[in-house]
Ligand binder design. Structure first.
Ligand SMILES: Nc1ncnc2c1ncn2[C@@H]1O[C@H](COP(=O)(O)OP(=O)(O)OP(=O)(O)O)[C@@H](O)[C@H]1O
Ligand SMILES: [Mg+2]
Length: 511
């Protein structure tokens, strides 16, 4: 029985190939020879280019695919839809375009798949423009230095590892260490501070329930109108997971190229690399070592190069990228992490130990770095953050051997206590990004020693009291401070005001 069926199929296929080869259009037509696991092999189509869209005419309708393996007599194509209707012998046509997605402001507030089709049950999306999914990055002359801040609202980041618009900052750490939480707070902050920065959140193989919760939160916070969510779940074909970040980048580039500012989050690129490996194996690229396939580096470098701060001639728009990478047992020296670390302008490293000690966000002060954001940091934050970093690093050094002895001299004891208070201060619950003046006032109060008599466990209460008092009684000065242009010194008018209120706020909590 089975033998007859196989013979029939292969006869049908042979006939289809014979018809194809006697016809004139081998350049732009072909025939499916094998199919399975979301990959189709096509005979013919001599003119196909890399990432070009193919249309497979099945009995049930057209299924689109894109060409990835171009070989002498055969093409390996990845299906964009289900492979269940595609059979050997189906005719294939070149669509004559490379893969594009809808781009533009019409997508704001929507949840879409990597092809720009709605997943939120809303109406179909019609945009005026389409953007190329694979597009070369802007060249050197089209760019300029990163110089405007992208405020995350997370004090530890804005003060110590500032991010500038157009920068690429990696967020890296083990699972469940608060990586997504940081990016969610950053998106919320763009809404609260009315920065006008558009958020694009790309979920790569994330549980859809998690994505739904995130969207719910964005709505609740009122920032969904300035956000686009590109979502793929674990059960989506690898081809969609592979496309998701490039599609998101194309959507972000529209804002960048129209003199606006956008922030894109890739959550996460570890799953993206896995999807690409899966596709590569199915496409029969020869497997090798851990570094399989050989172009994983190129996969991520060409993606992250699309984040940029454009030159004035090009409108000075920006696309900032926050890729996420998941590590195993804190190992940042594995293949994918080292790749992405070398492509980005710095990393925020999340430490599992800190997370479980309750120091959240669990940002490692020693292993995190931001290489270009310093130029973008606001003057006010910069003027208080130098001493914050110094205080913390001295604290880390001293704390290590202070565990062994109790008879420390007064100066050392003081530094340790200051460090403990700074550590307390940098703890920040989720969904509570702070504005510039709130960050400056808080750091200033601890740096200047105004909270030295407040016990450690009361530091957050004292901070809250300080901020409430300032917001209520000194609104005008705080609004001015919020522009970030003032350098804060202890003997300046603002410095004196902050000191006065800090001393008063501390009173209620001192022992
Ligand atoms: N600053 C914070 N304060 C308190 N809880 C937090 C904080 N940040 C994250 N959490 C909590 O920690 C848990 C893990 O956070 P999150 O999902 O952001 O981590 P993740 O690293 O993205 O995890 P995964 O690896 O599963 O993607 C969540 O329950 C979250 O609510
Ligand atoms: Mg996460």
């Amino acid at each position: 029985m089975a033998d007859i069926a196989v013979t029939e199929v292969s006869k049908g296929l042979r006939d289809a190939i014979a018809r194809l080869e006697t016809g004139e259009n081998m350049e732009s037509t072909g025939v499916v020879t094998r199919v399975g696991d979301g990959v189709a092999w096509v005979h013919g189509l001599r003119n196909a280019g890399y990432a070009e869209v193919l249309e497979i005419q099945t009995k049930q309708g057209v299924v689109e695919a894109f060409a990835l393996n171009l070989m002498e007599d055969e093409i390996g194509a990845v299906l964009l839809g289900s492979d269940k209707d595609v059979v050997a012998g189906d005719p294939v046509k070149l669509k004559g375009v490379v893969l594009e997605v809808p781009v533009g402001p019409e997508l704001l507030g929507r949840v879409v798949n990597p092809l720009g089709q709605p997943l939120d049950g809303g109406p179909a999306i019609t945009t005026k423009e389409n953007g190329l999914v694979e597009r070369p990055a802007i060249g050197v002359m089209g760019r300029k230095g990163v110089h405007e801040p992208l405020m995350t609202g997370i004090v530890a980041i804005d003060a110590m590892f500032p991010i500038g618009r157009g920068q690429r900052e990696l967020i890296i750490g083990d699972r469940q260490t608060g990586k997504t939480a940081i990016t969610l707070d950053t998106m919320i902050n763009q809404g609260r501070q009315k920065t006008g920065v558009v958020n694009i959140y790309v979920a790569i193989g994330q549980k859809l329930s998690k994505v739904a919760r995130l969207v719910e939160r964005l709505k609740q916070e009122g920032v969904m109108e300035q956000t686009i969510v590109v979502a793929t779940g674990p059960s989506d074909p690898a081809s969609l997971l592979y496309l998701a970040p490039y599609a998101g980048a194309a959507m972000g580039e529209w804002f960048r190229d129209n003199a606006k500012h956008a922030l894109i989050i890739y959550d996460d690129l570890t799953k993206h690399a896995v999807a690409y490996r899966q596709m590569s194996l199915l496409l029969r690229r020869p497997p090798g070592r851990e570094a399989f396939p050989g172009d994983v580096f190129y996969l991520h470098s060409r993606l992250l190069e699309r984040a940029a701060k454009l030159s004035d001639e090009l409108g000075a728009g920006s696309l900032t990228a926050l890729p996420i990478i998941e590590t195993q047992a804190g190992d940042i020296s594995a293949y994918i992490p080292t790749n992405v670390i070398s492509i980005t302008d710095g990393q925020i490293f999340m430490e599992t130990d800190l997370f479980y000690q309750g120091i959240r966000p669990a940002i490692s002060a020693g292993l995190s770095v931001s290489r270009v954001g310093g130029d973008a940091q606001t003057k006010s934050v910069k003027s208080v953050s130098g001493r914050l970093k110094l205080g913390l690093s001295q604290f880390r050094e001293l704390a290590a051997f202070a565990q062994f002895g109790s008879d420390l001299d007064d100066a050392t004891k003081k530094q340790i206590e200051r460090g403990q208070r700074l550590t307390e201060l940098l703890k920040q619950p989720q969904y509570s990004p702070l504005s510039i003046w709130e960050q400056v006032a808080s750091i200033f109060a601890v740096n200047e020693g105004h909270f030295d008599n407040v016990p450690r466990e009361k530091i957050k209460d004292a901070q809250a009291a300080l901020l409430a008092k300032l917001a209520k009684e000194h609104r005008k000065e705080m609004d001015a401070l919020n522009t970030g242009s003032e350098k804060i010194e202890a003997d300046s008018a603002t410095g004196k005001l902050l000191a006065k209120v800090a001393v008063a706020a501390a009173k209620g909590f001192e022992q």
